[in-house]
Design a protein around this ligand. Structure first.
Ligand code: PEP
Ligand code: MG
Length: 580
């Protein structure tokens, strides 16, 4: 039996790295959701909403406007329920945010103001939305630009209800296509049928755009930011979309189409084999074990993670409890959420990261002052330390829940020993108040100073979890959400890998373990390099669990160590990615 398993483990992996011949030209974009699609393209176009500029009676127009907003609210509520049932609460949350836009009394009064001089409800609404959206765009901040996309999306929803006519509205074809669009809004993507959407390619948008996020959650290969050239491709043009590398290949040669078909078939077969083996531990061929756990951001995802083969939760982003609401969650509410997760995990570990707000994650009810550089501002643990009531409420809930399962705590954005000491002190006070047993306490390593001082930090924590998303942006000084730079902010850059190496060595000297919970842990090549560097826990998104486990099972520790050594000696992320 053992012999048979061994044979299966060392079976050759189907080739997945597909490259076209030089005759097929690529339109390069940003890789937004991995995988490959082969098919004919279809240009997605929203209909043109036509509204009259003038109207006779402002009172009638105001009533029409209020009714349209109320109907849009109902639509958004239905959409929320539908997406929540299909993809979970965190993916549906955007439609709650859209409802919030419609609840804004200032927006309504700006639109009502526009009814003066006998303008129609549609015209006034369109003006109010456009003014706000353009103001957001002019601030030159990628996140605010995303908010402008949302605002226009929700504005359009109301406008449709006020429209006289909608011109050039196109329905999607009833057969599978690769969708091309300028950009897709949350409402557009919610209406997509994944079975009929082979792939998505947009001319605009960055790696954090809704198109990218939704495509990943639906497991549809996607490219964003491919430029206007894609909008000139005629419907029905055959294409190969490589979402892993971010290239669209229109009119491929027959030879390329055939090799791409084979690669796609191999990819599906590999995914299926990985899925079937997802409950097997990530034991390397020479017995070295790596724990593969999941990153989650919602209570229901704990069960989904276990069902996908995760051996616990390596990162619970507790922000989900605090977003999209008007006041902080109570201790009881937090306790209920954390214990729902320990119950689903049934003894498997749950690493709860304390609140990581600030940076790109905002909470309006905390009334935080605007910052010039929010990623370098009062975020993560810094915020918790200046708002101790908020922090202590969360810690109380976590320590109470620790009596219902295996919980570990970690603090985000630790940059100084003082911050860590202060956070540990507060946690210890709360633990004693609650009367809970001690739990393992760790910290995220995502700031360069934490790496440089890792030997000191290692003496006072039980574990490190390296947040490579932030570590990469701080090491390379490239905003992780930047529409142009984010593509280069690659966590496999040797500068980041050397930082990880340094962190692992410092931890090992103190007998502490190191995990990685940033995006590169979920990339099979990244996972292998990290294992070779001595990382013993990889925390990845739920859809990546099976592939990462399979990758680890297919190699020996010595092979991953050799790969890691070669990666450390590389001079660029491209060189690391080209290693085999
Ligand atoms: C990270 O920075 O790598 C991380 C896992 O944390 P987040 O993505 O939530 O900032
Ligand atoms: Mg982080």
């Amino acid at each position: 039996m053992a012999g048979l398993e061994d044979e299966e483990e060392v079976a050759p992996t189907p080739t997945l790295d597909w490259m076209p011949t030089f005759e097929t030209e690529a339109i390069p974009g940003i890789a937004a959701s991995p995988g490959m699609a082969i098919g004919k393209v279809h240009q997605f176009k929203r209909g043109k909403i036509v509204v009259e500029a003038t109207a006779k009676d402002p009172t009638v127009e105001e009533t029409r406007l209020r009714q349209a907003i109320a109907s849009a609210q109902v639509q958004l509520e239905d959409l929320y329920k539908d997406v929540e049932a299909r993809s979970g609460a965190s993916k549906a949350a955007i439609f709650l945010a859209h409802q919030e836009f419609l609840n804004d009394p200032d927006l309504l009064s700006e639109a009502i103001d526009g009814l003066k001089h006998h303008h129609s409800a549609g015209w006034a609404w369109q003006q109010a939305i456009e003014q706000r959206a353009s103001a957001l765009e002019q601030l030159n901040d990628p996140l605010l630009a995303e908010r402008a996309v949302d605002l226009r999306d929700v504005g359009r929803r109301v406008l449709r209800l006020l429209a006289e006519t909608i011109e050039e509205e196109r329905t999607l074809p009833g057969h599978p296509v690769i969708l091309l669009a300028e950009d897709l809004t949350p409402s557009d993507t919610a209406g997509l049928d994944p079975a009929l959407t082979l792939g998505i390619c947009t001319s605009a948008g960055g790696p954090t755009s809704h198109t990218a996020i939704i495509a990943r959650s639906l497991d549809i290969p996607a490219i964003v930011g491919a430029g206007p050239a894609i909008l000139h491709l005629a419907d029905g043009t055959p294409c190969i979309l490589d979402g892993t590398n971010g290239n669209l290949y229109p009119n491929p040669t027959e030879a390329d189409r055939v090799t791409a078909q084979t690669a796609l078939k191999d990819l599906h077969a590999l995914r299926e084999a990985e899925r079937l083996a997802c409950y097997q531990p990530a034991l390397m061929t020479d017995g070295h074990r790596v724990e593969v756990v999941a990153n989650i951001g919602a209570a229901i995802e704990a069960e989904q993670a276990v069902n996908a083969g995760a051996e616990g939760i390596g990162l619970l982003r507790t922000e989900f409890l605090f977003l999209q609401r008007s006041e902080p969650p109570s201790e009881e509410e937090q306790f209920a959420a954390y214990s729902q997760m320990t119950q689903a995990l049934n003894g498997l570990p749950l690493i709860v990261r304390t609140l990581d707000i600030g940076g790109d994650k905002e909470i309006p009810y905390l009334n935080l002052p605007a910052e010039e550089n929010p990623f370098l501002g009062v975020r993560g643990i810094r915020l918790c330390l200046v708002q101790p009531d908020l922090f202590k409420t969360q810690l109380r809930a976590i320590f109470r829940a620790s009596q219902t399962g295996l919980i570990k705590i970690m603090f985000p954005m630790i940059a100084t020993l003082e911050d860590l000491h202060a956070a540990r002190k507060l946690a210890e006070e709360v633990r004693q108040e609650v009367g809970a047993e001690p739990v393992e306490i760790g910290m995220m390593v995502e700031v360069p100073s934490a790496v440089v001082m890792a030997d000191e930090f290692a003496k006072i924590v039980d574990f490190f979890s390296i947040g490579t998303n932030d570590l990469t942006q701080y090491v390379l000084a490239m905003d992780r959400g930047h529409p142009i730079l984010a593509k280069q902010a690659d966590g496999l850059h040797p500068a980041v890998l050397r930082m990880i190496h340094q962190t692992v060595q410092a931890a090992q000297a103190e007998g502490k373990w190191v995990g990685v919970c940033g995006g590169i842990a979920g990339d099979p090549k990244g996972a292998a390099i990290l294992a070779g560097l001595g990382v013993t826990e990889l925390s990845v998104s739920i859809p990546s669990v099976a592939a990462v486990k399979a990758k680890i099972r297919g190699m020996s520790f010595a092979q991953t160590q050799d790969l890691a050594k070669r990666a450390l000696a590389c001079r660029s992320a491209q060189e690391v990615r080209a290693l085999s």
